[in-house]
Design a protein around this ligand. Structure first.
Ligand SMILES: [Zn+2]
Length: 304
């Protein structure tokens, strides 16, 4: 159990047996328990065990809050609802259709992770429409004994929201504030297909406007140096985007370009981190996919 504030804690889902790759958040009060981003189906055992250790039964859980529908955050949701149909699921309006019918989501993920779907993410089951609380951003949401402010925070994904708990000062930002494992390199996860640099910068400004005292990131954990962290994210996003833009004009195939980019990112990160830590980033955000997402962004804008 990793307490953040009274009634607020996180658990490590031990994704593929690795610590500090994917986290879930648990909010507890007498009448209501909420889980933010339950993770992929392959971590379901770790999730159940983590909840149990905190004295939580699924029958006590009233809400699942999704920051976005990527499988490393939301893949387990349908399976949970099949077993516990009383749980409500909050999701952005653009993500909702893909929770009801995940076939396109699964097809798109299968293109990014060919032959790896079962090992990485496991089962992806539909969520009945009646279980959904559909968000567009700007609303308030009561869950886990708290009132969350909801903000639409696209850039990483077009269906991304962030949740702010003003009582603890913590903003739950999914992937919008990037990844930083053990306080290391702040990596902007930029997989296809939704990357949008302008929207991402606006989303960061929206999070900053809350003046949070801490950010909670799915990958991985709590950051209290909020301004420094968000500045590093914006700097690294600009740098990796520029690198991909330049690579589009370099000779070679996309495969070669993305391999060179991946090697560069890996080298940068190894300066301050162990191989194991660098690998934990690559589990959810393989570096060649980060190139692909940014290349798609530039090509949509007619670059190269
Ligand atoms: Zn994501």
């Amino acid at each position: 159990m990793n307490p953040l504030a009274p009634g607020l804690s996180w658990l490590d889902l031990q994704f593929l047996g690795r610590p500090h790759a994917i986290a879930s958040v648990v909010l507890q009060s007498a009448g209501s328990v909420a889980v933010i981003d339950p993770g992929p189906s392959t971590c379901r055992e770790a999730l159940d065990l983590g909840l149990q250790r905190q004295g939580v039964q699924w029958r006590d859980v009233t809400h699942i809050l999704l920051t976005h529908i990527h499988l490393d955050h939301a893949g387990a949701t349908g399976g949970i609802i099949a077993e516990h149909p009383h749980v409500r699921v909050a999701v952005h309006e653009r993500g909702a259709p893909h929770m009801i019918d995940p076939s396109k989501l699964v097809a798109s993920a299968s293109r990014l992770w060919p032959g790896e779907m079962e090992r990485l993410w496991g089962d992806v089951r539909p969520v009945p429409e009646k279980n959904l609380t559909i968000l567009s951003g700007g609303e308030q949401l009561e869950a886990g004994g708290r009132t969350f402010e909801v903000a639409y925070t696209p850039g990483h994904a077009s269906h991304h929201v962030s949740y702010f708990d003003r009582s603890s000062g913590t903003a739950f930002v999914g992937d919008t504030a990037g990844m930083s494992i053990d306080g290391g390199y702040v990596l902007p996860p930029t997989p296809p297909p939704d990357i949008d640099l302008e929207l991402w910068r606006e989303s960061v400004a929206r999070i900053e406007a809350w003046s949070p005292s801490a950010l909670f990131m799915t990958h991985f954990g709590l950051v209290t140096a909020v301004r420094t962290h968000l500045q590093s994210l914006l700097d690294n996003l600009a740098a990796t985007a520029a690198m991909v833009r330049v690579s589009l004009e370099a000779p070679g195939t996309d495969e070669e370009r993305s391999a060179r980019f991946a090697e560069h990112v890996r080298r940068e990160m190894r300066r301050g981190m162990t191989d194991g830590q660098v690998e934990a980033y690559g589990l959810s955000a393989p570096f060649h996919l980060l190139w692909l997402g940014l290349a798609r962004y530039w090509r949509k804008r007619g670059v190269a």
